[in-house]
Design a protein around this ligand. Structure first.
Ligand SMILES: Cc1ncc(COP(=O)(O)O)c(C=O)c1O
Length: 439
C-alpha cells in the first residue's frame, strides 16, 4: 500500500490563495492543522479524484448532501431536463407543489413547509417563526451544536477544552469569530446536551422568556453523540408543558437516518424541523417544516433563489430514489460492516474506539469504548488528536474522512469492496500508530 503523491493539490492551493481568501470557499474545506486541502477534479459514486489523478473512497459526502453518491444518474437526468426549461423561474411551479406535498407526506411534523437555500438561513427562519408564534425572545441551544454561521447561531459550537465551556449549570457563551456581535448572545441560553434535569430547571425558571429549544436529534457536529434513551421524548414533553417551540435541526440527520429524518427514526415529533444537505442530492435547498399554526405565524420567507427550479427538480429525484425501503436497509448493512470491522481492528491492535452506525451516518471516536453523553464528555474523553491523525493518514492511502468530527457519511453508492478497502487502510494505520501514546 503506497502513500499518494498530492503535489498538484499543494501547488494549486498555493496559487488559489493568491486570489481567494484562505484558498477555500468555506473555512471547513481545509481542516485545522491540514497543510493543504486536496484539490479535486471530479466525483462519481463513492469516489472523488484529485488533480494528481488519485482516486479516494469518500466519506465526506460533500459535507452531507451526497447521500446518493457523487453525480447520481437520477438527479443528473432531472437537473438536465430542468435546465432546458429554466433554472430560476421565481414562481410557483407544478414541481414545487409536488415537492411541498411530498415533504408533508414523509416528514412527521410537516403540516406545512417553506424553503430556503441553506441550513443557516432555514434555522434563522425557524428562530423567527418561534419568536413570532410565542411572542418570546430567548432560544436554548446546546454546547457543541452547530446550526449555521449567522451571529446568533455560531455560539458555543466548539471549545478548546472543558474549562473554556465554564460552569456546567451556567455555561459560558462562546463566540467563534471576530466581527460577531456580542449582543446576539443576549437571547441565547447555552446548556449541555442530554441533561433533562438541568434543562427542566432552566425552563421552569425562565419559561416566560423562552421561545424555542433547538437541538440536533443526534449531535452530529461533535462526536457524533447519540441521545440517551428517552431524552428526545423528555424534551418533547418538557417543551410542550412550558409552551416552548421544539425545533429539530435535521440538516444532517434529515433523509440520512430515515426518509422522515430522526423524528421518524426516534418516533418523536418536534414543532418545527429544518432540513438541508441531503434533501436535494447535491444542490442547494433547505426546508423548514412544522405545525401549521407556527409555520403560518406571519413571517415572510424571503430569498431570491428560494426553491429554485433546479434544486426542486434535484430534490424530487433524490426523494424518488430514497422512497425505496431497500435503500435504508442496504445503508444499514454497509454501516454494520464498517462498525464490525473497526471494532475488530480496535480489539486486535489494542486501540480503544467507539464505533456505531445510525442509518447512513457512522460514528467513530478513539480513546474510549462506550461513547459519550455530551460535548464536555467528548472533549474530556475522546482522543480527538488521534482521530485527526487517523484522518490525515487515511487520506494519504486514498480514503477521505471529515476531520475532527468523527462523522462518517455513507452513500447508496458505497460497496462492500469500498468498506473492505477502507478497513485495510485502517488496519495499516493502526499497525503504524499503535504505539503512539493514547490521550
Ligand atoms: C446541524 C447543522 N445545522 C445547520 C448547518 C448549516 O447549514 P448550511 O451549511 O447549509 O448553512 C449545518 C452545516 O454543516 C449543520 O451541520
Amino acid at each position: 500500500m503506497e502513500k499518494l503523491n498530492t503535489e498538484g493539490s499543494k501547488a494549486l492551493f498555493a496559487k488559489t490563495k493568491m486570489y481567494l481568501v484562505e484558498g477555500v470557499a468555506s473555512s471547513f474545506h481545509k481542516a485545522a492543522g491540514e497543510e493543504y486541502p486536496l484539490c479535486l477534479e471530479r466525483g462519481k459514486g463513492s469516489k472523488v479524484y484529485d488533480v494528481d489523478g488519485n482516486e479516494y473512497i469518500d466519506y465526506i459526502g460533500g459535507f452531507g448532501p451526497m447521500l446518493l453518491g457523487y453525480s447520481p444518474e437520477a438527479v443528473n437526468r432531472a437537473v438536465v431536463a430542468q435546465v432546458e426549461r429554466g433554472s430560476q423561474l421565481s414562481a410557483t411551479t407544478v414541481s414545487l407543489c409536488q415537492l411541498a406535498k411530498k415533504l408533508t407526506e414523509i416528514i412527521p411534523c410537516a403540516e406545512r413547509v417553506s424553503f430556503q437555500n441553506s441550513g443557516t438561513e432555514a434555522n434563522m427562519h425557524a428562530f423567527r417563526l418561534a419568536r413570532a408564534y410565542t411572542g418570546k425572545k430567548k432560544i436554548i441551544k446546546f454546547e457543541g451544536q452547530y446550526h449555521g454561521w449567522a451571529d446568533e447561531e455560531k455560539i458555543s459550537i466548539d471549545a478548546a477544552n472543558v474549562k473554556e465551556l465554564g460552569e456546567r449549570q451556567a455555561p459560558a457563551r462562546l463566540f467563534t469569530t471576530r466581527g460577531q456581535r456580542r449582543e446576539t448572545a443576549d437571547d441565547i441560553i447555552v446548556l449541555p446536551w442530554n441533561d433533562l434535569e438541568l434543562l427542566e430547571r432552566v425552563m421552569e425558571q425562565q419559561a416566560g422568556e423562552i421561545a424555542a429549544v433547538i437541538t440536533e436529534p443526534i449531535m452530529c457536529d461533535s462526536g457524533p453523540i447519540l441521545p440517551k434513551p428517552e431524552y428526545l421524548a423528555g424534551l418533547r414533553d418538557l417543551t410542550s408543558r412550558c409552551r416552548v417551540v421544539l425545533i429539530f435541526d435535521e440538516v444532517i440527520t434529515g433523509f440520512r437516518v430515515a426518509l422522515g429524518g430522526a423524528q421518524q427514526y426516534y418516533g418523536v415529533t418536534p414543532d418545527l424541523a429544518v432540513f438541508a444537505k441531503a434533501i436535494a442530492g447535491g444542490y442547494p435547498l433547505a426546508a423548514i417544516a412544522g405545525k401549521r399554526e407556527i409555520m403560518e405565524a406571519g413571517v415572510p420567507a424571503a430569498g431570491t433563489f428560494n426553491a429554485n427550479a433546479i434544486a426542486v427538480a434535484a430534490s424530487l429525484a433524490t426523494i424518488g430514489v430514497l422512497e425505496d425501503e431497500q435503500v435504508y436497509r442496504r445503508l444499514e448493512q454497509l454501516g454494520g460492516l464498517f462498525v464490525q470491522g473497526m471494532r475488530m481492528l480496535g480489539e486486535t491492535y489494542g486501540i480503544p474506539l467507539f464505533c456505531q452506525a445510525v442509518g447512513s451516518i457512522c460514528i467513530l471516536m478513539f480513546g474510549l469504548k462506550n461513547g459519550v453523553d455530551d460535548f464536555r464528555h467528548y472533549l474530556a474523553a475522546a482522543d480527538i488528536d488521534y482521530y485527526d491523525l487517523f484522518v490525515r493518514e487515511a487520506r494519504q492511502y486514498g480514503v477521505r474522512f471529515t476531520a475532527r468530527r468523527g462523522r462518517i457519511y455513507l452513500s447508496t453508492e458505497h460497496s462492500e469492496a469500498d468498506i473492505s478497502r477502507t478497513l485495510q487502510v485502517a488496519e495499516r494505520i493502526f499497525a503504524e500508530t499503535k504505539n503512539r501514546k493514547a490521550k
